[in-house]
Design a protein around this ligand. Structure first.
Ligand code: PEP
Ligand code: MN
Length: 274
């Protein structure tokens, strides 16, 4: 990037790796600078019982944080759109029951205040990576943001979106590779793992990987989770469901809690080699 040293997201402006602190107290999670986090949970919050059950299961499987979408950016307007604020309240109850900090997607600034009060890590989804008004609103707050890569965005565009957050004073930003579009429908996306070491070379911000959206197939998630760790990812965000066939969204790419336990065991062992 020619703008190089002037950009706050690039290494030239920041000597050490950024460490993002999520949540508070005992359940506080750190990401970056050698700290790794496993985030897991359903694509969508479907009911209080569902999210509580899955939250307990992912915690037992070794997850550090709970994910769950309440505002869902669905390609078709006829697909399940999420439970909205009611879904977020269920997620909050699951945090109370498990102590796991929560990450959820915000699609516009209408519900920003609720997110600021109740959500530990605010996700900006792939489709909103270049929603500059949303990025500007999030740049003014003091709450960690998970910025997913747009599925047709270049690394430069992705880092410039992060720059919107940093330029307004929000330095708690985590980048997330979630796969990009290709000509080949065999996998939902091409999981672009080379961007992990590339972005870590260019930027001081932590980078995590989403192998669920990255592959679109639950059978590929365990091996691509290990591959992401090998590439140097600072964390993983994985979709988990205890009844994937009946999930209201993304069941085909959701692994079970039992499978997550195996992934967790292998990634923790694997990380001791680095
Ligand atoms: C999600 O995390 O469920 C999601 C919609 O992700 P993305 O924005 O990467 O498609
Ligand atoms: Mn999903």
């Amino acid at each position: 990037m020619e703008e190089s040293t002037k950009l706050k997201s690039l290494r030239g402006s920041h000597a050490s790796d950024t460490v993002v602190a999520i949540g508070s107290g005992e359940g506080r999670v750190l990401v970056g600078g050698g700290h790794f986090a496993l985030m897991a949970g359903p694509c969508s919050v479907e009911s209080e019982e569902q999210v509580l059950r899955i939250a307990k299961a992912v915690k037992a499987a070794g997850a550090d944080m709970l994910r769950g979408g309440a505002f869902k950016p669905r390609t078709s307007p006829y697909d399940f759109q999420g439970l909205g604020i009611e879904g977020l309240k269920m997620l909050v109850k699951a945090r109370e029951a498990t102590g796991l900090p929560i990450v959820s997607e915000l699609m516009g600034d209408k519900h920003l205040d609720f997110f600021l009060e109740h959500v530990d890590l605010i996700q900006v989804g792939s489709r909103n990576m270049q929603n500059y008004d949303l990025l500007k609103a999030l740049s003014r707050v003091r709450k960690p943001v998970l910025l997913k890569r747009g599925f047709s965005s270049t690394v430069k565009e992705w880092l410039l979106s992060a720059e919107y957050l940093l330029s307004g004073g929000n330095e708690q930003v985590i980048l997330c590779e979630r796969g990009i579009r290709s000509f080949d429908p065999s996998t939902r996306s091409v999981m672009d793992l080379s961007v992990v070491p590339l972005v870590k070379e260019l930027s001081h911000l932590p980078v995590i990987v989403d192998p669920s959206h990255g592959t679109g197939r639950s059978s590929l998630v365990p091996s691509m989770s290990l591959a992401a760790v090998a590439a140097g990812a600072d964390g993983l965000i994985i979709e988990v469901h205890d009844d994937p066939e009946h999930a209201l969204s993304d069941g085909f790419q959701s692994i079970t809690p039992e499978c997550l336990a195996g992934v967790n065991e292998r990634i923790r062992k694997f990380r001791t080699l680095f």
